[in-house]
Design a protein around this ligand. Sequence first.
Ligand SMILES: C[S@@+](CC[C@H](N)C(=O)[O-])C[C@H]1O[C@@H](n2cnc3c(N)ncnc32)[C@H](O)[C@@H]1O
Length: 460
Amino acid sequence: MSLLQPPEAVRGMTKLDKEAFRLTVDLPVIEIEASDVGSVTRRVRLESFLIGHKLRPLKNTMDSEKEGKKYLVFNPEKVEKNDLKEKIGALIKREIDDGQPINWTTLSKELTFDNWDTKSIFKAILPVGIEYSSYTQTGHIIHCNFADEVLPFRHIIAEVLLNKVKNCKTVVQKGNIITNVYRNLDLELLAGEENYETEIKESGLRFKMDFSKVYWNSRLSHEHERVAGLFNNQSIVYDACCGIGPFVLPATLKKKPRRVMANDLNPESVKWLKVNVALNKIKDDRIEIHNMDAKQFIKENIANDVIRLMKEESGSEDFDENKLESEIHVVMNLPAYAVNFLPAFRGALKKFETELKEINKKWKWNVYCYLFAKSQVDVPDEWYEEEARRMCDEKTKWDKSLVVNCHNVRTVSSRKEMFCVQLEIPYEFLLAEPLPEEPEVPFEPEEVEEPSCKKMKMDN
Ligand SMILES: C[S@@+](CC[C@H](N)C(=O)[O-])C[C@H]1O[C@@H](n2cnc3c(N)ncnc32)[C@H](O)[C@@H]1O
């Protein structure tokens, strides 16, 4: 058992009692002139023997009671052996060499709850062999999910996080399974204020939301950035499941696409998207916003909009040889369901067959369909990408695959990978006879992440 751990008495604690974390430790110290501290710590490699920063605010150098003197504070576990103390003393003496002997003494310090970091506290509280380490923070809200064996300790873990994590005012437990259609999480308040309206920054943009009513996942920030980076100032961007805007807002501000339309079924997402448009000083006519089912949005709004824009361009006399060619980009980030929207593209332009004959330049259609490839058994890594392609082909039912790229977004849990599958939709497909409507596919419940005890990464 380490000397620099909270007292063993806290093990098994389920209600936070900060007093029980008090502990007096004797720390080996060397007293030197304050004016020598800089040169000694710069020139003598003491870092690995000093107390370090884990027991903040305890520091490697601390004021002595004597005027003009400072203590170098060592980790007792690192300098235990006497000959090590002698060696360290000799090295320091060589640097100072003021004729005075180097004396080791001890400084008694009372460590309290404030000194211990969260990792040491969890390790001390939880029964031996049980670990808790990872959580996610969205603005002032920390959300945790727990393995079964950690559940009895969830309230004390939440209290510790509330006390220790900067800016944290609310700690919630998220259900391990997302069952509702809007993909937001069922939250249980564990500690702090019941206030779910929060704000975060992603790609330098501000996003406000009611975390209990909309979907947000900071783990997707790279993906939001990657996809927004695919556009240019001639792009026609449609986000069919836009949430509170993490694709369309950076795309609009940074790439200045020619046209942006965003849609979400959840009225709360749409409400917060509008708040975020204003918050990021985007003119509200830059993004046309809808609140409907993605299938209807594809068949009606996207189809009508594309035909209108292509007709406008065909009729226009302006010609600029330096202008990039426009492309259509449809983003569908609803991985538990979006493949079921793919059939909506088939025949989406059928009613515009006559108009299309008069349009000389037809823009390319790119669709970014997010999905989860899952296996019940262990499979080789390549299997997941093959499965992602198969899932799309099964829905498009076309004589050749429309998939042009498969991007692995992240591992959600063991045997579950998230992909962004890019499809190029040909005009023959957009003009084909629509397939008969399939019965509505039920939403699959979706596990959020592996329980936290399996991961050892601390987010803060
Ligand atoms: C996984 S979230 C992604 C949100 C956002 N694109 C992001 O990356 O944070 C999926 C979104 O799809 C919306 N949604 C669910 N069913 C839908 C449907 N049938 N049509 C359109 N949007 C839907 C949900 O409300 C949710 O905002």
